[in-house]
Each structure stands twice: as structure tokens, then as C-alpha cells.
Design a protein around this ligand. Sequence first.
Ligand code: HEC
Ligand code: HEC
Length: 213
Amino acid sequence: MNRANYLGFGLIVGLAAMGGAVMAKTPEGGGDGGKSGEAKRHGPAKKPAIDPEAREAARRDFADIAAVLLSPRCRNCHPAGDRPLQRDDGVPHRMNISRRSPEAGLECTACHRERNAPFAGGPPGVPDWHMPSKELPMVFEGRGPRALCEQLNDPDRTGGRSPGDLVEHVRHDRLVAWAWQPGAGRSKPPIPFDAFVKAVERWAAAGAPCPHE
Ligand code: HEC
Ligand code: HEC
């Protein structure tokens, strides 16, 4: 951590911890609760409100989270361009389907019904199948873990969703849940749904830290 980041972090920690527990750990505080207030301003490294180990663990959790986001089932609906992708190798959707198809009168739900088609290669389905809008494309394709993490922390690119809101999204969204019931011939994300939701919960609770890489 460089010095500027360190000081910024310390400020947040200081505000959040309100003195007490933090002060007791500093030499100046001497375990007396740091009544002087001096140690707060001049003391050495303190125990932060969010434990550094929890933050490191959350960074590792984000590697698992990114592996899910970049897995074919999620990536195919979160493409870099206007066309959704298909199959594990992510080829562009056949029949020239794109974001513009619904504007031209061909809704996704004309083919993607409320359930998966019961044969391999048929259209998968859950109610309200669609992709993110052009204005808020929520691109996952081609982004590394750090770039994905920064995007999910940027309200301009999440439509104002906070990391805490993301927990609710992944826990309850039917399109997310579909990835673990994708229909015949499609792979599932690399970790179970519950493990994914728990990883997002821990990551958000630890302040949504991003991988160093
Ligand atoms: C004319 C029918 C049709 C329309 C309209 C259509 N799709 Fe599809 N879509 C399919 C079929 C069939 C598949 C299955 C292809 C396969 O698995 O080989 C598919 C597969 C997909 C997949 C890949 C799922 C996966 O991970 O395997 C995505 C994503 C997708 N469609 C998104 C959309 C979106 C978004 C729209 C609307 C903009 C849309 N589709 C419109 C027929 C359609
Ligand atoms: C059928 C297409 C589709 C599939 C499949 C899909 N998503 Fe999405 N996803 C969307 C749409 C559409 C939105 C925007 C929803 C909204 O604004 O409410 C979205 C939004 C999100 C968001 C919110 C992003 C933000 O910046 O706020 C996350 C996170 C997300 N999806 C994760 C996933 C994960 C994880 C998977 C796979 C397990 C997945 N999605 C599969 C269509 C899809």
C-alpha cells in the first residue's frame, strides 16, 4: 500500500472505529483506551475496523466471483458488443440477434420462453429473458478480475447499485439463478450457487476490495 492510500485508509478506520478499540492497541494508548487523543493522530499502524485479513480473504473471494462472472453462462449475456454470445466458446448469437432485435420487433422472449427448451441446442429460458441495456451495458466479457471489481464499485457503471445491492441481485435474480440450471448440453459456473452468493456477501461486507493484480 502506498503512503497516500495508507493515510486515506487510516482516516476511514479512525472514523469508523471511534477511538476505543483502536486506541487500546497502540503503544501510546498503553491499553488505557487512549484518552489523550494524541495517539489517534500520531500512532503507528492500528487495527482497522475491517480486519486486514478479512480484506485479503475478500480479495481472494473476488477471484472466485470473477471466475463465475466470466464463465460462459454469465459472460454470454454480458458481452462487450451488441450481440449476445452463445455456447461455451462464446460465438456471437446466430441469426444476427443483437440488442437492436427487440427494437426491430423481435423480442428475446419470442424464442426464450419461461423454461429451457427441453432439447440440446434449443433456446434456454426463464421469465423476462433479456440483456443489459445499451446505456448500461454491464460488460463482463474480456475484463480481468481487477477491472471487473472496479466496475462493480463504480456507481456510474452499475446504475447506482452498491456492492450491498449486488448481494441482493445475485441472491434473487432469476437470470443469475438460471446459470446453475442452464439446460441440456451447457456447462455450469465453476462453483456452486450457494458458495458464489456467500463469496459475494463476504466481499461486500469487507468493503468490496479489489484484487491487487
Ligand atoms: C429466433 C430465436 C431467438 C431469438 C429472437 C433470441 N434468441 Fe437467444 N438463443 C436462441 C437459441 C436457439 C439459443 C441456443 C443456442 C445454443 O445453445 O446452441 C439461444 C441462446 C442464447 C444465449 C446463450 C445462452 C448460453 O449461455 O448458452 C444467450 C445469452 C441468448 N440467446 C440471448 C438472447 C438475447 C439477449 C436475445 C434478445 C436480444 C435473444 N437471445 C434472442 C434463439 C433466439
Ligand atoms: C439472459 C441474460 C443474463 C444472464 C444469463 C445473466 N445476466 Fe446478469 N444481468 C442481465 C441483465 C439484463 C442485467 C441488468 C438487470 C437490471 O438492471 O436490473 C444484469 C445485471 C447483472 C448484475 C448487476 C451488475 C451491476 O453492475 O449492477 C450482475 C452482478 C450480474 N448481472 C451477474 C450475473 C451473473 C453472475 C450471471 C451468471 C451466473 C448473470 N449475470 C447472467 C442479464 C443476464
